[in-house]
Design a binder for this molecule. Structure first.
Ligand SMILES: *Cc1c(COP(=O)(O)O)cnc(C)c1O
Length: 227
């Protein structure tokens, strides 16, 4: 008994209504995903395109896959035919690549704009200024096969929850700003993806609509493939 189903049931009880749980199954075997699926979970996240593609082939078709890790443009093709949401769009070039592959697949792919909210240098993501430039250039009008649904961010990996809270507040303000400036009439620009196993409680207090949780559901990972 691995306890995945129990973990899920307990975790869901803590989640406010309307918040999406993305069960991050990276490095975990397909059997673990199936156990979570049988406990009712449908939204899963992975951080590598190839791993995502391979797992997709072995799970039921109604799984909604979220790509949550840094994505290279030449790997978009592995997931474009089925991925439900790419949460980690961190450049205009990547957004164009997603649009191109989505078009080939005859689809519109949901995307979140990932913002760099952690003070650490190594994390990926846009700055608010970069996204302002993109929005003002109107280039999005040409990208008909992507649907921008909101924002995503990863806080600094630290026990200092005041710092983490500040970063989540910042992401929330970035979202509100974008919403009021550019997406006022787009009701499905509505997602703020923030919060992982160590900081989801703070994220929920700060307005998260989507938490990405791996360890608390599937247990610790033994190989390091985090971004
Ligand atoms: C691994 C990962 C998560 C989940 O991390 P846990 O701490 O195991 O909950 C969430 N988001 C991203 C982008 C990840 O790479």
């Amino acid at each position: 008994m691995s306890g995945i189903a129990e973990n899920l049931i307990m975790f869901r009880e803590e989640l406010p209504e309307g918040v999406t749980l993305v069960a991050v199954s990276k490095t975990k075997p397909v059997e673990d995903i199936i156990e979570a699926y049988n406990a009712g979970q449908r939204v899963f996240g992975e951080n590598r395109a190839q791993e995502l593609m391979e797992k997709h082939e072995h799970v039921p078709d109604d799984v909604l896959w979220h790509m949550v890790g840094h994505l290279q443009r030449n790997k978009v093709k592995y997931i474009a035919e089925f991925v439900h949401m790419i949460e980690s769009v961190d450049s205009l070039r990547l957004l164009r690549a997603v649009n191109k592959e989505a078009k080939k697949a005859g689809r519109v792919i949901n995307c979140l704009l990932q913002f760099h909210i952690a003070k650490e240098e190594t994390k990926f993501g846009f700055s608010p200024e970069e996204v302002d430039d993109i929005m003002q250039s109107k280039v999005l009008n040409e990208l008909e096969n992507v649907n921008i649904r909101g924002v995503m961010g990863m806080a600094t990996f630290t026990d200092d929850m005041d710092k983490v809270r500040g970063e989540f507040k910042f992401l929330k303000s970035v979202f509100e700003n974008l919403k009021s400036k550019y997406f006022m009439n787009k009701s499905d620009f509505s997602e703020i993806s923030m919060g992982m196993s160590g900081d989801y409680k703070v994220a929920l207090e700060e307005g998260s609509t989507m938490v990405r949780v791996g360890t608390n559901i599937f247990g610790a990972r033994y190989c390091k493939t985090d971004n």
